[in-house]
Design a protein around this ligand. Structure first.
Ligand code: ADP
Length: 381
């Protein structure tokens, strides 16, 4: 008797254990022998839709919205469940695609869709019918606006660079023609033309150097950790190298640093280039002020302590509307003055690029008629 009772208890215990094991493995009696159950069976379509970071919409065979995820609500105004998608997305291509899918003519499609308001946005949309009997369709919108903006910037940049190189090149070609033709035996003109041609080739060389600097900076976006430079020694070296230009423009350079030696994180050559470009601009564009003053101060703005180095001139200054655009590639307030000053329009773009790599930044202030101040904010740690 005792052993029978024990057998019964043991069987019940084994039954209970096997039920627990089956539950833990996600199997039940019915599925025994057919392999494990679908591990996603408890996952709702809604939960999946929310996990997608692109705008996603589920619609029924009548083209009505069944569910839009949070990204879709953020991207498109006025989405309501039950609304007609062909009425909401009114481009002929979108309407034809929704028609083809809901009528069963096609199972999937990929199209372009763009909206102009509230801001211009371009999407690549993939549309697919899903579910048993394809009773639902899914639209996923991939935002292409950023990629298009970068493409546009790249082609603008190439157009600008080609234009900048073509101008001196055409001028050289013109002089070569003149020298081979009408000015062949005119010694005085020949010397004058050769001098201009030399200027133009120098200009092309400067442009190519600046373009190469930019492209080198683009290929190494992060600064090697642990690189440091001596601020005072770098500024002294820049000022010494600028002496001939300062003299040519009748400008004196003063340097008032509020500290002695200060070693900061940063690449010495790149920092040399930053201050060289700023001091060169101050000498060229602020020459009427006769003075360029370099000073430093401790910065306490967010995100942390900085050493702020300001290059100030007392020349014509810059109009307020031009200030935000100065660091754009090839942007000049007056193109002719810049060219006459041997500018390429890339100096401040290079400065901005280097500073970004150093997690540093530039601020510009100016009172037209009284001069301009360019401040480099260098993280102190
Ligand atoms: P550039 O090679 O033409 O000097 P930059 O990128 O260095 O190119 O400067 C862009 C433009 O910003 C210049 O063409 C000039 O119009 C303006 N600019 C720069 N620095 C000064 C300054 N200190 N005072 C007035 N204008 C300036």
């Amino acid at each position: 008797m005792a052993s029978m009772r024990k057998d019964g208890r043991l069987r019940r215990l084994l039954d209970w254990l096997s039920r627990r094991i089956r539950a833990a493995a996600g199997t039940n009696g019915r599925q025994r022998g057919t392999g494990p159950a679908d591990p996603l069976r408890h996952l709702s379509g809604q939960a999946l839709a929310e996990a997608v970071t692109d705008p996603l919409m589920i619609f029924d065979r009548a083209g009505r919205l069944v569910h839009a995820n949070a990204a879709a609500h953020a991207a498109f105004d006025g989405l309501r469940n039950g609304m007609s998608l062909p009425l909401r997305f009114r481009t002929p291509e979108m309407q034809a695609t929704l028609d083809a899918l809901t009528s069963g003519a096609e199972a999937s499609a990929a199209i372009e869709y763009s909206e102009r308001l509230p801001v211009e946005r371009a999407y690549r949309v993939s549309a697919t019918m899903i579910g048993q009997g394809s009773e639902f369709g899914v639209l996923v919108f991939k935002d292409q606006s950023e990629a298009r903006r970068i493409d546009r910037m790249r082609s603008d940049f190439i157009a600008n660079a080609s234009h900048e190189l073509r101008t001196p090149l055409s001028s050289i070609a013109g002089f070569i023609e003149t020298l081979r033709g009408p000015a062949r035996d005119d010694t005085a003109s020949r010397d004058r033309f050769l001098a201009i041609m030399q200027d133009q080739t120098d200009r092309m060389a400067r442009l190519i150097d600046d373009l190469l600097s930019l492209s080198r900076l683009e290929t190494k976006p992060y600064l090697r950790p642990g690189t440091r430079f001596d601020l005072k020694a770098t500024l002294d070296a820049v000022i010494a190298s600028m002496a001939p230009l300062a003299q040519e423009n009748g400008v004196t350079i003063e340097c008032h640093l509020g500290h002695g030696q200060l070693v900061l994180p940063g690449d010495e050559d790149e920092m040399f280039q930053v201050f060289q470009n700023l001091i060169e601009n101050a000498c060229k564009y602020g020459r009427t002020g006769g003075r360029v003053v370099i000073s430093s101060a401790e910065g306490t703005q967010t995100p942390g302590p900085t050493v702020d180095v300001t290059v100030r001139d007392f020349g014509a200054g810059i109009a307020e509307q031009d200030i935000p655009r100065l660091t754009e590639r090839f942007y000049r307030v007056e193109a002719e003055t810049s060219r006459a000053q041997k500018g390429t329009g890339l100096g401040l773009a290079i400065v901005k690029h280097i500073l970004t790599r150093h997690r540093a930044w530039l601020s510009i202030s100016s009172e037209p008629g009284k001069g301009a101040a360019f401040t480099v904010h260098l993280p102190a740690k």
